[in-house]
Write a protein that binds this ligand. Structure first.
Ligand SMILES: [Zn+2]
Length: 242
């Protein structure tokens, strides 16, 4: 259910694993993604189970329509009947409002400045790393009063640099933007390490309290992995402030 949890000065961070939900194969069990072909009723039930397990109100969780870009939405309430915007980061200054990011190999990035009361969730895959979605989220937090040196950053389970094989040109394109993303697979071919790239971006922005999940989604049977299974569920990362 909740594979990893952390609380720092009233800022809460949680990442799910794939177990404890009601979805059937190949989305078993806790698929939280609404656009992957799973039964919508199962996804709603899973979102309620995950929220309950975290101690948040499922009606006070803000989801995104993620598109591998770098756009950021500032929110102060759940979307309700409004269309869910096509963004890869959401930022809020509303305490008690939970922000959620869906992934299955991409890096879920959770950020919070407990002093300013500002939180953000971002979806950073290879395109998001290159496009700078995480720096964009930090900028949006700063505009709401956050200080990078006070931001607590947690990144969740993602495909690791030893598993994420890409063509040579793609690795070069990533490394030109973010050298820390340069990697090699365990079998000796070009690869990208998105988590390392995200942490390098955060470090340069002045974010000091950073932690990275040790879990590789592609190697873990307890996590969804798009690169391993193609048709599969989505994990979620949640951040909120007391
Ligand atoms: Zn791996």
């Amino acid at each position: 259910m909740i594979g990893q949890r952390d609380t720092v000065s009233g800022a809460h961070f949680g990442f799910t694993d794939r177990w404890g939900g009601v979805s059937a194969v190949p989305y078993e069990e806790l698929n939280l993604g609404g656009a992957v072909g799973d039964d919508p009723g199962a996804v709603t039930a899973n979102r309620e189970l995950a929220a309950k397990s975290l101690g948040v109100d499922p009606a006070r969780v803000v989801w995104m329509n993620q598109v591998h870009g770098a756009d950021v939405a500032v929110v102060d309430a759940p979307w309700g009947d409004r269309p869910v915007p096509r963004v890869d980061a959401v930022v809020t200054a509303e305490r008690g409002l939970a922000l959620a990011v869906l992934t299955a190999d991409c890096v879920p990035v959770l950020l919070a400045d407990p002093v300013a009361g500002v939180a953000a969730a971002a979806h950073a895959g290879r395109p998001g790393l290159v496009a700078g979605v995480v720096p964009a989220a930090v900028r949006a937090m700063t505009e709401l009063g956050a200080e990078p040196t006070r931001i607590v950053a947690r990144t969740g389970p993602a495909v690791c640099g030893r598993c994420y094989e890409v063509p040579e040109e793609m690795r070069a394109e990533v490394a030109a933007v973010e050298p820390a993303g340069y990697a090699e697979t365990s079998w000796g071919t070009p690869a990208v390490d998105v988590s390392a790239g995200v942490h390098a971006q955060l470090r340069r922005l002045g974010v000091r309290d950073r932690a990275q999940s040790p879990v590789c989604t592609r190697e873990s049977e307890d996590h969804f992995s798009y690169r391993r299974d193609r048709t599969t569920g989505r994990l979620a990362g949640y951040v909120w402030l007391d």
